[in-house]
Design a protein around this ligand. Structure first.
Ligand code: FAD
Length: 322
């Protein structure tokens, strides 16, 4: 039997963007529910150390997520994680969310923070060495490879720009790319080619990862000859694209060609009362700090929207009495 529960705001996603929205909304006395399909903390739980969150010198990602969750709950925010969402109604004054257990929640405003995921190579060993030598984020993990020799996979702007930035730490960066040319802007290619710490293996793919406790080597397959070389390395950075978790929003609101949610500077989406924040929105830099910043803006804008809607509903009665 379906039960119906009304909130002022529902936040979809329990990563840093969603939890920050939960903190700000609840502290503003906006009755808020955070619904997350995954674990509270989002992508932060995938990293054992976050060393660039201001005010916290170094913290385990899972712990930072837990602190944010407790902080939101202290302000009265309801949080349900590891739930399944069956359907969402984003149009109209009342937004609705139907969970796979049959529960229905409604709200005046929604804040969408479903985050995203890096595209993976999908080759043997990749799952085993994620966070143990394989990384998808140079800003997050570059420092851990100081004085080491690493591989960068990819040939777009991210791959080339991040390869250059990784030479601040690594003594040697080998870029492995599947084509004979790069898809990056010419200036990015020139900068990478001019860097003495970078060398290139073209028309080749990383086809397997090997090691013990940590990554020690990769197989690099030459796509023209088919020859496979076992290549020793301390780490591999994979930059072959980013996938926002917005499949469930296709056709419902304005997404760009990469599936990212298009928002205004106040984090408004194309639908009234629906806001978005964090890694799922159209933006360039994806970090905990940027997610937290977006979550703050979305919460403040949503809070203002809810207040305006409530005032509007009250207005006719006040006019009659005046
Ligand atoms: C391995 C790794 C290491 C990183 N290290 C750092 C670092 O050191 N420093 C740093 O600043 N950043 C780091 N990042 C990046 C940082 O974690 C992200 O930028 C940040 O977590 C994005 O926050 P978010 O809230 O937008 O999304 P996410 O963290 O992705 O959270 C989104 C949440 O929404 C849930 N969700 C998805 N779809 C739905 C849906 N349809 N309905 C309900 N819930 C849904 C997900 O399960 C998830 O819990 C790292 C990322 C990774 C992968």
């Amino acid at each position: 039997m379906a039960q119906s529960n009304h909130y002022d705001a529902i936040v979809i996603g329990g990563g840093p963007a969603g939890l920050t929205a939960g903190i700000y909304l609840s502290r503003a006395r906006v009755k808020t529910l955070v619904l997350s399909e995954g674990t509270v903390g989002g992508q932060m739980v995938l990293t054992h150390e976050i060393a660039n969150y201001p005010g916290v010198e170094s913290i385990n990602g899972y712990m930072l997520g837990n602190i944010m969750k407790n902080q939101a709950q202290r302000f009265g925010c309801d949080i349900k994680s590891n739930i399944g969402i069956e359907r969402m109604e984003l149009n109209g004054e009342q937004k609705q969310v139907l969970l796979s257990n049959g529960a229905i929640y409604s709200a005046d405003a929604l804040v969408l923070t479903p985050g995203g995921r890096s595209r993976t190579l999908g080759v043997p060993g990749e799952e085993d060495y994620k966070g143990k030598g394989i990384s998808y984020c140079a800003t997050c993990d570059g420092d851990f490879f100081t004085g080491k020799e690493i591989v960068v996979v990819g040939g777009g702007n991210s791959a080339l720009e991040e390869a250059v930035s990784l030479t601040k730490y690594a003594t040697k960066v080998t870029i492995v790319h599947q084509f004979d040319h790069f898809q990056a802007f010419e200036h990015a290619v020139e900068e990478a080619r001019a860097n003495p710490r970078i060398n290139f293996v073209m028309e080749s793919k990383v086809t397997a990862f090997y090691g013990g406790e940590n990554l020690e080597a990769v197989d690099i397959t030459d796509l023209k000859s088919g020859k496979v070389e076992r290549f020793k390395t301390d780490g591999v950075f994979v930059f072959i694209g980013y996938v926002p978790n917005t499949e469930f929003l296709k056709g419902k609101l304005n997404l760009n060609k990469w599936g990212e949610i298009v928002v205004s500077s106040d984090m408004e989406t194309s639908l009234p009362g629906v806001f978005a924040a964090g890694d799922a929105i159209a933006k360039r830099y994806r970090q905990v700090t940027t997610a937290v910043g977006d979550g703050t803006v979305a919460a403040l804008a949503a809070s203002n929207y809810i207040h305006q809607m409530k005032m509007k509903k009250k207005a006719p009665l006040e006019n009659v009495l005046a």
